[in-house]
Design a binder for this molecule. Sequence first.
Ligand code: FAD
Ligand code: NAD
Length: 462
Amino acid sequence: MSDRYDLIVIGAGPGGYVAAIRAAQLGKKVALVESESRLGGTCLRVGCIPSKALLESSELFEKSIHSFAERGIQVDGSVSVDLEQMMKHKEGVIDTLNGGIGGLLRKNKVTSLRGLGSLEPNGVVCVNGDSETRIQGDRILIATGSVPSSLPGIELDGDRVGTSTEALSWPEVPEHLVVIGGGVIGLELGTVWKRLGAKVTILEYLPRILPGIDEQVAAEARKIFSAQGLEFRTGTKVTSVSADDKQATVAMEGEEPIICDRVLVAVGRKPCTESLGLENVGIATDQRGFIRVSASYQTTVKGIYAIGDVIGGAMLAHKAEEEGIACVERMFTGYGHINYEVIPAVVYTEPEIAAAGETEDSLKAAGRKYRSGKFAFAANGRARAGGHTDGFVKILADAETDRILGVHVIGTHAGELIHEAAIAMNFGASSEDLARCCHAHPTLSEAVKEAAMAVDKRAIHS
Ligand code: FAD
Ligand code: NAD
């Protein structure tokens, strides 16, 4: 056995690398094992960051075509997409951030090991990289994340029929893209390729898009994105997809098949545990394969912990990071905390969609009495000045105590606006507290204040 560590972390995604750094800050000797050549996990390599790079670039392109002239900006000559350069920019962003994580690990003296990690008895992790090495840890933290799911009847060929991973790197703009799944990935990547010129059809099994998002917000989103040109077919059951090297055929129950040139399968993600050897040490998983953990993130085996996508719950990078920190702090200091009631979620379309806390549906299901205040961006001066009048802010507060229970925003920069509400919720604020805070004018944040005032039916500008 070459080396012994206080903690071995398997998986260098946002959960794993952040946990490794936090443990090192607490004075521990830490090793971080990652099978891929770039650090940062799904989030940096094939998730959050590349999708946002493409969303930003495609939005610039679309604005140059549809918004410039109205604002009195004339572009002489045509505007066109250089997809190779757009992808090069995206890869450059990933490389820079990958280098940044490497630097942080070195600064904190975390030993970074490249290779596939698997569990062996008595705290041993086998690292299978260029060579096979074994290291020993007093504690082990599994942060191996998730991989895309598929459906029966669909063979992912990595070309015509792919997942988000392929859809972040297609070499040409599809003529007709069919997306299976009207969730977050379907909307974000459907938006990217629509803006770049594809016809995009989104097939969703449920009667609505964006399950989990407040129903009124999801209905508004569908209206806005339909007007942008995305075609939605809800209540649609895909039965099979077949493809050759030129086109794909999507068969559905009770409907004519669609022939298209690319298919994006975006029907959720599943835990990544295959290569870990959970059975070697007896770690239990639930029915869907997620690793079972206690409130301290300990698995069914003493001394082995798990956090992030691999344990289920919201599959979000910031949730994985918070769990990584809380888990390590509980291990080494005895205390670590996450408020699972306020984990913000953002869909990075335009307008963005952001939420924190309860939805109207969840409050109704729980039989909890609440008051609702809503304020439309159409009545906000800053939104008008910027031409971003779609959407609204909705605040849900307890009918008796006025404590804010949920906040939902659909509108430009919703992903930034949500944090004002999330912080207020973390401090147990009432809608009255928020309504009485002075907000600078003209800002989009004033819509949050007005929604808080609307809970008490005293919004000024509506
Ligand atoms: P991961 O990021 O999946 O990292 C796990 C790491 O473990 C990987 O690097 C993997 O290579 C490594 N690994 C696996 N098995 C082994 C092994 N046996 N040995 C060694 N290494 C191993 N979330 C957001 O919050 N915001 C977003 O905007 C967002 N956008 C997304 C867009 C897309 C297209 C996708 C697919 C996801 C997006 N997500 C987003 C979700 C986010 O990426 C995940 O929730 C997050 O990455 C989970 O972090 P993690 O650390 O648990 O796992
Ligand atoms: P999702 O759960 O958001 O959406 C999957 C969609 O597919 C759902 O609407 C579901 O009803 C639908 N679906 C399932 N089976 C189907 C079928 N047979 N036919 C048609 N539709 C079907 O999952 P996703 O969009 O794949 O994203 C995976 C995870 O990645 C999510 O948990 C999400 O949190 C995370 N993610 C987050 C962000 C972000 O935070 N901005 C962005 C992308 C991905």
